[in-house]
Design a protein around this ligand. Structure first.
Ligand SMILES: *Cc1c(COP(=O)(O)O)cnc(C)c1O
Length: 387
């Protein structure tokens, strides 16, 4: 079997780009302040679910106007635990999008459930008009993904959920601080799931995640099952798992949390700048931006003609253009094997996978760098190199 830890190589490869998706050395240039806080923790020995985790949970909940926040081991675990807390099991179906990161689907399968894919819309999110006809007797929940930090059509989705008595879970791993009509991502359904992975907008030094809910019962259940089901040292109330937000990571998260607003606004500013300059290029399709909402641009995604060639060209210019993601979830090997999905099942998701290009948009990109990116894209389409 091949070495499956390809990440070391990937990190080295990414470092070669001048304009990169990776900005973590910059973001944590004040790491010594975090070290000081870790020193305190070492004296206090508060390594699991201690003060720092509670502090983070309170602050994050407050920041996005949620009643409860539960720190867990990762964004994937957040989704898995959400499904478990809602009682899903035994091949229950979860309606979701094929255009997402692997973790959404892995969590569904891990929870002993089955993904029931519904095609995407042009805005990268699940197409709400196709949901109703996909509901079956086994359907128990709709798991939406706010792709790249753009909130799904929650009004329609919640109406359908209500009509068919389905749970709504939000994979908000891209969407910290995104909102629509004054409601923050994560608050639209029964449970919202977030990731603190190093490449997310709010990030830590490894894995971490959190769940939010406004339902006190669900909160109680999640707090139990993330920690073995323990109610005290000697008793478990239910069977649980070990998926706590690591206390060391909570320190990092607490350090970064006050900066999240600025991080977010910088991404939005960069994305607007790209929008305003790329919109003149006929070969680029930018999804229409919505009023009354805040899109937080975990990724800056557009659809581009001759996408593969353009990506190669930009990379040769030191720009870390990426395909997020070239293969939709229903065409991944285990989806085809286990669930019988095939090419052609979800034409829009497949088109998005063929045409989507993402550009670095994080807070450390300079205007000069953005101008360079824009110039290179213009150059690519204006010259014969692409014909
Ligand atoms: C990152 C991500 C996850 C999973 O988060 P991890 O913390 O890496 O487990 C889930 N869904 C989406 C859409 C993501 O981008």
């Amino acid at each position: 079997m091949k070495n499956t830890n390809f990440l070391t190589k990937q990190y080295l490869h990414n470092k070669k780009f001048n304009i990169s998706h990776n900005y973590l050395s910059n973001q944590f240039s004040d790491y010594k302040k975090i070290f000081k806080k870790i020193e305190k923790l070492i004296k206090f020995n508060d390594y699991t679910l201690g003060f720092e985790v509670e502090k983070f949970e309170k602050k994050f909940a407050k920041l996005i106007n949620a009643k409860h926040c539960i720190g867990v081991g990762s964004g994937t675990d957040a989704i898995y635990l959400a499904l478990k807390a809602l009682g899903l099991k035994n091949n229950d179906e979860v309606i979701t999008t094929p255009y997402t990161f692997y973790a959404t689907i892995n969590a569904i399968v891990q929870a002993d459930c089955r993904p029931n894919f519904v095609d995407s819309g042009k805005d990268f999110n699940i197409n709400p008009d196709l949901i109703e006809k996909s509901i079956t007797k086994k359907t128990k929940a709709i798991l939406v993904v706010h792709w790249s930090g753009r909130i799904c059509d929650m009004k329609k989705i919640n109406q359908i959920a209500k009509k068919y008595k389905l749970f709504v879970i939000e994979d908000a791993c891209h969407a910290a601080l995104a909102f629509k009509k004054n409601k923050y991502a994560g608050n639209f359904g029964d449970i919202g799931c977030f990731s603190l992975h190093p490449l997310k907008n709010l990030n830590v030094w490894g894995d971490g995640g959190m769940i939010i809910t406004n339902d006190t019962k669900i909160n109680k259940k999640l707090k139990l099952i993330r920690n073995h089901g323990l109610i005290n040292r000697n008793n478990i109330e239910v069977f649980g798992v070990n998926s706590r937000l690591d206390t060391l990571q909570a320190i990092v998260a607490n350090h970064l949390l006050p900066k999240l607003k600025n991080i977010t606004m910088a991404r939005i500013k960069n994305a607007n700048y790209l929008d305003n300059n790329l919109k003149y290029i006929n070969q680029i399709y930018i999804p229409e931006r919505e009023k009354n909402s805040r899109e937080v641009f975990h990724l800056y995604c557009v659809q581009a003609k001759k996408r593969d060639k353009l990506v190669r060209f930009l990379m040769s210019k030191g720009i870390d253009a990426k395909k997020h993601y070239p293969i939709p979830m229903h065409l991944q090997k285990p989806s085809k094997q286990m669930f019988g999905y095939k090419k052609g099942d979800f034409p829009m998701a497949e088109k998005l996978s063929d045409e989507t290009l993402s550009l670095p948009v994080h807070e450390f990109i300079t205007k000069k760098q953005l101008d360079f990116v824009i110039d290179q894209i213009n150059f690519f389409y204006s010259k014969k190199i692409n014909s």
